[in-house]
Design a protein around this ligand. Structure first.
Ligand SMILES: NC(=O)C1=CN([C@@H]2O[C@H](COP(=O)(O)OP(=O)(O)OC[C@H]3O[C@@H](n4cnc5c(N)ncnc54)[C@H](O)[C@@H]3O)[C@@H](O)[C@H]2O)C=CC1
Ligand SMILES: CC(=O)C(=O)O
Ligand SMILES: [Mg+2]
Length: 380
């Protein structure tokens, strides 16, 4: 198969969808890899590194999209990339379609086959291609939040860990999954007082055991969140209902009960955000203030630490890229029910239920989309 990786063009996005190690694996299996010139430049991967691994370097994105049967990238295609997609072309990347009607329309109209990293599952309730970036974003959320708490950044001037004789910051984390756990790990490590809210009692149980008394757990209700907001210095929004728009758990009315200068980091912004007052921001202009509360809502947080993030992401995506390239997407999706959950758009139809329901498309189950390739008795 001919696999192409363009340079990312989202604001301050320096990650890249394939590393030279991935290129080498693909070429060793007889595939052809096309990389846009300078695709890895932001993280110190040179065109020569890709060439040495076996890739052909092409001058621009248009050349990569025109030649490749499968596009492997990081972020959702930006509007200038929409016209480059073509019927039956395979797109493997983060998409976050539920809160993004414009992109969904463009993918449907393009006739491409779009597999979203964030909805691929591992069959055990995990999201193996979201998890590595959630680890990064969770850890980074505390770093970004602590910075925003500084007076010069508009925050309330509280030091996360306090000092002897002065209490540390109160951190409230809403959602105790991968982002929430990693945020808690860093916040606890920096000496903050941490509470974590989730609606899964099993998850709260696990967090309580792992942190062994070093954080408090809250069952997530509007009441519990409202009360915890009143004393918080830093709030991390980290909930997810897979593939769906995030529930709005902090309303604008709740901001009135909070201390001025409190910082809210909405990591769930890529699914539309879990604070009513959130809107997506960029690394260039990451924060804004509503009713005295500082909001940080960057939708591609891992892009800030693009080198770590690229290797963490591609370690997880490579086995799937190899399967798609070796078998073709139809066989790869039929063989792996978890990868099949990644199929969001197929030849003009929406094949992920939460996206179809949120945006008003008719839902076509992935298995029905794959019927022409399905031989009974050969699938899992
Ligand atoms: N902004 C960025 O750059 C990035 C954003 N993310 C986003 O962060 C979000 C969280 O991702 P993960 O931690 O990997 O998901 P996850 O599935 O591991 O965890 C989500 C948690 O939210 C909980 N939850 C669901 N509804 C809730 C409610 N009403 N109240 C409290 N908890 C609730 C679930 O029980 C689960 O424990 C996702 O939207 C993901 O796309 C992830 C990486 C980077
Ligand atoms: C998960 C995601 O959207 C990101 O890493 O940018
Ligand atoms: Mg988007």
């Amino acid at each position: 198969m001919r696999i192409g990786t363009p340079k990312e063009i989202k604001n301050h996005e320096y990650r890249v969808g394939l590393t030279p190690a991935g290129v080498r694996e693909l070429c060793a299996r007889g595939h052809e890899v096309l990389i846009q010139s300078q695709a890895g430049a932001g993280i110190g991967i040179r065109d020569e590194d890709y060439q040495r691994a076996g890739a052909t370097v092409l001058a621009d994105a248009a050349a990569v999209y025109a030649a490749a049967e499968m596009i492997v990238k990081v972020k959702e295609p930006q509007p200038s990339e929409f016209p480059l997609l073509r019927p039956e072309q395979l797109l493997f990347t983060y998409l976050h379609l539920a809160p993004d009607p414009t992109q969904t329309r463009a993918l449907v109209d393009s006739g491409c086959v779009a597999i979203a990293y964030e909805t691929v599952s591992d069959g055990r309730g995990g999201l193996p291609l979201l998890a590595p970036m959630s680890e990064v974003a969770g850890r980074l959320s505390i770093q970004a939040g602590a910075h925003a708490m500084e007076k010069a950044q508009g925050g309330n001037g509280v030091l996360l860990g306090g000092v002897p004789g002065v209490p540390p910051a109160q951190v409230l984390i809403i959602g105790g999954g991968v982002v929430g756990y990693n945020a808690a790990k860093i916040a606890v490590g920096m000496g903050a007082r941490v509470s974590i809210a989730d609606r899964s009692l099993a998850r709260l149980n696990w967090l309580d055991t792992v942190f062994d008394g070093r954080l408090g757990t809250l069952y997530s209700t509007a009441d519990a969140i409202d009360q915890a907001l009143a004393t918080a210095d830093l709030v991390i929004g980290a909930v997810l209902v897979a593939g769906a728009a995030a529930p709005k758990l902090v309303t604008r009315a709740m901001l009135a009960h909070m201390k001025p200068g409190t910082v809210m980091v909405d990591v769930a912004i890529d699914q539309g955000g879990c604070f009513e007052t959130s809107h997506a921001t960029t690394h260039q202009n990451p924060t804004f203030v509503v009713d005295g509360i500082v909001h940080y809502c960057v939708a591609n947080m891992p892009g800030a630490v693009a080198r770590t993030s690229t290797f963490a992401l591609t370690n997880a995506t490579l086995p799937y890229v190899l399967a798609l390239a070796d078998k073709g997407y139809q066989r790869a999706l039929l063989d792996d029910a978890g990868l099949r959950e990644g199929l969001n758009v197929h030849l003009g139809r929406v094949t992920y239920r939460a996206v179809a329901e949120t945006l008003g498309y008719e839902y076509l189950p992935a298995m029905d989309a794959l019927k022409p390739w399905w031989v009974p008795g050969t699938m899992v």
